[in-house]
Design a protein around this ligand. Sequence first.
Ligand SMILES: C[S@@+](CC[C@H](N)C(=O)[O-])C[C@H]1O[C@@H](n2cnc3c(N)ncnc32)[C@H](O)[C@@H]1O
Length: 221
Amino acid sequence: MDYQQFWEKKIIQWELDRYGEITNSTSIERIANRVSISLRFRIEYAEILLKPYLRGMKIIELGCGSGRLAEKLIDNGAKSYIGIDFATNAVEKANSRIERKGLNKKVRFVSSDVIQLSEFDGDIVFSLGLFDWLTPQQIGQIFKSTGSTHHMHSFSEKRVSVSQWIHRVYVHLSYGRHNNGYVPQYYRANYITCIAKKHLNFPLKIIRDRRLSFGAFVTTL
Ligand SMILES: C[S@@+](CC[C@H](N)C(=O)[O-])C[C@H]1O[C@@H](n2cnc3c(N)ncnc32)[C@H](O)[C@@H]1O
């Protein structure tokens, strides 16, 4: 299973479906779209959580897709933004948008596997929806490569809930049968904090909100 290829086939449509730009996708995706209003809230909430810490900071987003938050983070005072994603089509789309807007001195998108990077030159490293697709070892690798910076990452919290049950059914129908086990993961909050604590120098918080459904953030901010 080539994960990069999987995302290159998926990410553009996934973003259009999730962020509600078009309607002519398959019916299973439309169901998922309804179920995942929480993902639209997640991106808004990430902006709210980051906003007080942005002034003069170098921001790195891992698994950024086409980097929808980049401009907003710069508008709110960030010094620079680098988005990293191994889906080259999402990175190209993002870079052309940024060039059109004349923001390419402050914003850059790079195509790379985040697990292969040994260090990140930023003050705040964040991700949305990336941890769902990583193993515990890979999550540890990210904290290890960026131990002295601040972090904020969303993850899907393992819980007993109706929405998680519906999500599990959706995952099984849309990926599980033909994806060789490459499916989104749910993690317990204390498991994620244990992994992070091994590498980070800052205290950690878990942020939950009803509108995130079973989503949560682990953050040092
Ligand atoms: C669920 S999508 C989330 C996209 C975006 N962050 C958002 O919230 O709209 C996960 C993203 O992580 C990227 N990704 C997954 N594993 C990666 C890896 N090892 N290195 C770089 N990008 C990765 C995928 O290409 C995809 O764009």
